[in-house]
Design a protein around this ligand. Structure first.
Ligand code: ZN
Length: 349
């Protein structure tokens, strides 16, 4: 393909101001207009060429790209095949409308900036996706597979990942069919849309608040055979109705009646796994922490697990039966007689 010198076609210098280009175009367009040259094929060709040159030089952005092209022209020619792939049935360079092959190749390759996304042909990797997932402590403990409903990137069906679409229209004033690239309205030029997908995620053991789970290849689809992006899930741990999380340890309150605290007992208590029997030693005061070893969350790298602590809260009944009142009174009498009353409020004296 021949390099087309648009400046030469319009008969202006490379540093010609916009006004001069406009003037030159108007003059030449009048001169070679098909209406004024009926049946003259070379005038028609010339007219097309003039329009093509004007299309580029009259647009500051396209002109800048065109100016940049000069030294890269051989590369652009090598890329021509890619450009042909890019042109689809109904697309532009195949139909070869007014804007010639040169323009098509050049701008098919080089046009960029639609929707803020650089446009290039050829394989491109899909984008990485970031999601937050909310996990319960049970999720963290069991590390199950979890079915997530995510919106993941997929190739835009409208523009097939190109980010732009070709539109052809008849330009009344110029009496020609013009085909131009427009940013794709479906994906706003990104080439990707987000569509709902169910994703099975294996929750690895040892994740905690803020952990990132990487799912390779589960991100946005690659463009034209490019590799898919990755999906990153940031873990947010939901509050639990019983357990507070402290690193890999868990803590929960254990209400016990005064007599249970005094006499001791075995209490069935929940863990994130099965219920266990927790031994409450006789004489357990409020705030004492009873440890269930290894019943916390898994630590990463198979380094065991944290512990589960039950913190004792000694409760007293707020309504007493007559008999209970009698017995509590009896307890008080025995305590005073036994001399146990002197020490309990010593710190307040
Ligand atoms: Zn699109």
């Amino acid at each position: 393909m021949e390099y087309k010198d648009y400046y030469k076609i319009l008969g202006v210098s490379k540093d010609a101001p916009e006004s001069e280009i406009k003037k030159a175009y108007r003059k030449l367009a009048r001169q070679f207009h098909p209406d004024l040259n009926p049946g003259n094929r070379s005038a028609e060709e010339r007219f097309k060429e003039i329009n093509e040159a004007n299309e580029v030089l009259n647009d500051p952005e396209k002109r800048r790209k065109y100016d940049d092209l000069g030294s890269n022209w051989e590369q652009v020619q090598r890329d021509r095949e890619t450009a042909r792939q890019y042109a689809r049935p109904g697309g532009w360079s195949q139909e070869n409308f007014d804007l010639g092959d040169f323009f098509a190749t050049f701008f098919g390759e080089r046009m960029s900036g639609f929707g803020g996304t650089p446009f290039t042909t050829g394989p491109r990797p899909g984008g990485d996706l970031q999601y937050e997932i909310e996990l319960t402590l049970e999720d963290l403990f069991h590390g199950p597979r979890k079915l997530l409903n995510l919106f993941v990137g997929e190739t835009c069906p409208t523009c097939h990942g190109q980010g732009m679409v070709m539109t052809s229209f008849f330009r009344e004033g110029k009496k020609q069919v013009v085909t131009s690239a427009q940013p794709c309205g479906t994906c706003h030029g990104t080439g990707q849309i987000r569509s709902p997908r169910e994703v099975q995620v294996k929750i690895p053991k040892g994740v905690k608040e803020g952990s990132k789970i990487r799912l390779a290849g589960m991100g946005g689809q690659g463009i034209q055979g490019g590799p898919a992006g990755d999906l990153y899930l940031t873990v947010r741990v939901l509050p639990h109705r019983l357990f507070r999380l402290n690193g890999y340890d868990l803590e929960a309150d254990l209400p016990v009646w005064a007599d249970e605290a005094a006499l001791g007992m075995q209490a069935p208590v929940p863990t994130l796994g099965q219920k266990v029997l927790l031994k409450i030693p006789p004489g357990s005061p409020s705030e004492r922490r009873l440890r269930l070893s290894g019943k916390g969350l898994h630590k990463p790298g198979g380094k065991g697990a944290g512990d589960l602590y039950y913190r004792i809260r000694v409760m007293v009944p707020d309504q007493l039966s007559a008999r209970e009142r009698e017995l509590f009174a009896e307890l008080r009498r025995l305590r005073i007689e036994g001399g146990h009353d002197q020490t309990i409020r010593k710190n307040l004296e």
